[in-house]
Write a protein that binds this ligand. Structure first.
Ligand code: ATP
Length: 604
């Protein structure tokens, strides 16, 4: 098959940088501006402070704001504003020491534990848990007594106690990334462990570290203020905690002395918390979620009337073979788009098709041609942000495109059955097969437990499962991929739908099982008299079971017709290209089918 050309109307999705997304969050931006101001104040303290912070003038003792001393004087006769400004230095310096120490201790430990696992993980996790169980404040007071109240040493020790926070998140990330195929690929290609740790792992853990640092800095500042409040630290170094402690002594007579450092402390901690939570929010949502306004605009954009000859892209593609009343499924001029900051990305562009009762319609096209999106629009299962507009979607002659979401969802399992592409990922690993077949029958069909169980058994036998009791008791990981697909087919037909949609139902299966599953689908379709719409990129599948065919490219239909006719004389060069690309595969599969005599384990 030729490589998929990038559709003309599908502009590459712009990756909006974290910084730009951050700037769209007002709370985060305000917090950042406040934080930048505080940092500037700390850096420029010698130039900004009107007085030496330790200069004592007895005449300004407990004096209120005004005159030369904008915020007045404290109970020691020192200028409050100057001490507040220098206090910012102490505070931020302390927070920086704590964060750097915590990162240097927690991150390498977390990455090694997550990546190497085993004994390394057990020992490091034990140390991390032990650190968390020690009362930090008490420990810091002991360290203060032993080190002559050295402020930097205290902040490094505080960093040690903050390290488990970094350890936990980096360990979790490293454990997840270790399982990624690209890490195996790096190992196989001879990349050494230290290099994997420095490159792949470091990159994976960096975003949560940024978030954690903002939150840790806030915690460190609070803890630091607590220590200073208790009188730990040099009296000559102005600090907010110390100022709060002094203010507490005169709270009843000169409350303002307590107010200023409390505001500074509260503002700094709150700003860091807002920055941290905004970053956490942005990092956890990797794909930009479209806003309501973007979705509305997308809807309007998609609904713009087609019709102009100068805009051939806007004319509906595809044709109908039946009248609305005679269709199991009929789609008229369907458009699907995804809003993005760069505009609407239109992935289905005016598709019209239909399938009669008892007919097997194949939708074929290369990857990204819009086959799945077309059927997701019919099923009402478009991913978040996906917007569909059409001139009508009819199921059994009834318009369903405009139905409210709940009524639309109620069609699934009743009028419409759906067989997905990946059997294993569509079964919940936490529940037995019995539960996953019986529950929908009880909910959707309103069956009693006994009736639902009986129906589940019946359909499992029908889809070729011989050892029904074992399969019902099994969890998904205990059965093969082919059996899992049979189970999903059983679930899809158990409600006797009139339309069965199968999206690449054989792609994830072993080639020897593919033919059996296709045969089963054909049999079920005939037995239940269902219309079957089968989405595939494989002309071999089409040749095996389809009656009619729709060929899609770049979100549009390029050709529709009976399978034999299209195989004999494809009207579009793209179809001809797809057929010739599929022929080798089809030949290979036919040979395999002939050679394949037995079924898979437990299946017919
Ligand atoms: N959630 C989404 N947001 C934005 N674009 C999407 C989303 N889901 C799918 N698309 C885009 O829609 C286009 C059509 O995708 P679709 O899954 O329908 O292709 P397909 O023909 O079924 O291919 P495949 O056989 O690979 O699944 C692709 O360009 C895809 O990138």
């Amino acid at each position: 098959m030729t490589a998929a050309p990038f559709p003309a109307n599908l502009a590459p999705v712009k990756r909006v940088s974290l910084w730009r997304r951050f700037l769209r969050r007002p709370a985060g931006v305000i917090a950042l501006v406040v934080m930048i101001l505080i940092v500037l104040v700390a850096v420029l303290a010698p130039w900004l402070a009107p007085y030496d912070p330790n200069l004592v003038k007895l005449r300004i003792t407990n004096v209120g704001p005004g005159g030369d001393h904008i915020l007045g004087g404290d109970s020691g006769g020192r200028d409050i504003l100057s001490r507040l400004i220098y206090g910012a230095r102490t505070t931020l310096f302390g927070a920086a020491i704590t964060c750097v120490s915590a990162v240097l201790i927690g991150v390498p430990a977390g990455v090694c534990a997550g990546y190497f696992g085993g004994v390394t993980d057990r020992v490091l996790t034990w140390i991390s848990d032990a650190l968390q169980s020690i009362p930090v404040l008490l420990m810091l007071m002991i360290v203060a007594a032993g080190t002559g109240q050295s402020f930097p040493v205290l902040m490094v020790v505080l960093g040690l106690f903050m390290a488990p926070g970094y350890y936990r998140i980096t360990r979790g990330r490293a454990q997840a990334v270790r399982k990624e195929p690209y890490i195996d690929a790096a190992r196989v290609s001879g990349v050494t462990n230290p290099r994997i740790l420095r490159t792949h792992m470091a990159r994976a853990v960096y975003p949560p570290i940024v978030v954690q640092s903002a939150l840790t800095a806030g915690l460190a500042i609070g803890m630091q203020a607590g220590l200073q409040f208790l009188g730990i630290g040099s009296a000559q170094t102005p600090s907010w905690g110390q100022m709060i402690s002094n203010g507490m002594l005169v709270i009843n007579t000169h409350g303002l002395i307590l107010l200023w450092p409390s505001i500074a402390l509260g503002l700094t901690i709150a700003s860091l918390a807002f920055i941290g939570t905004t970053l956490a929010d942005l990092i956890s949502i990797r794909v930009e979620q479209p806003t309501r306004r973007m979705r509305l605009r997308a809807r309007q954009e998609l609904a713009k009337a087609p019709a102009s000859a100068e805009l051939p892209d806007r004319v509906a593609s595809g044709t109908h073979a039946h009248e609305v009343a005679d269709c199991a499924l009929r789609i008229d001029n369907l458009r699907v788009g995804y809003p993005s900051p760069a505009g609407v990305k239109e992935v289905v562009r005016g598709v019209s098709l239909d399938a009669g009762p008892g007919e097997v319609l194949g939708i074929v096209g290369e990857s990204g041609s819009g086959k799945t999106q077309t059927m997701f629009a019919v099923l009402g299962l478009l991913p978040i942000g996906g917007t569909a507009v059409s001139d009508g979607i009819h199921v059994n002659g009834k318009e369903v495109g405009g139905l409210p979401a709940l009524e639309r969802a109620a069609l699934l399992g009743r009028s419409i059955g759906y067989v997905p592409q990946e059997p294993m990922t569509n079964l919940d690993p936490s529940y037995t097969i019995e539960r996953q077949l019986v529950e929908p029958l009880r909910q959707v069909q309103g069956m009693s437990k006994a009736a639902a169980k009986a129906r589940a058994r019946e359909v499992l036998v029908r889809v070729g499962i011989t050892d029904v009791d074992r399969v019902l008791r099994s969890y998904p990981h205990q059965i093969s991929g082919g059996m899992a697909q049979r189970v999903l087919i059983a679930g899809a037909v158990s409600g006797r739908p009139s339309l069965l949609v199968a999206d690449e139902p054989t792609t994830a299966l072993d080639v020897t099982v593919q033919a059996e599953v296709l045969e089963l689908l054909r049999e079920l379709q005939q037995e239940y008299g269902m219309a079957l719409v089968i989405v595939t990129h494989n002309f071999g599948v089409v040749a095996d079971i389809c009656d009619r065919l729709v060929v899609m490219k770049d979100g549009r239909i390029v050709e529709t017709g009976a399978v034999e006719q299209i195989f004999r004389s494809p009207a579009d060069p793209y179809t001809a290209e797809l057929i010739s690309a599929s022929l080798d595969d089809a030949d290979g599969r036919v040979e395999l089918d002939k050679a394949h005599v037995g079924g898979e384990d437990g299946a017919r």
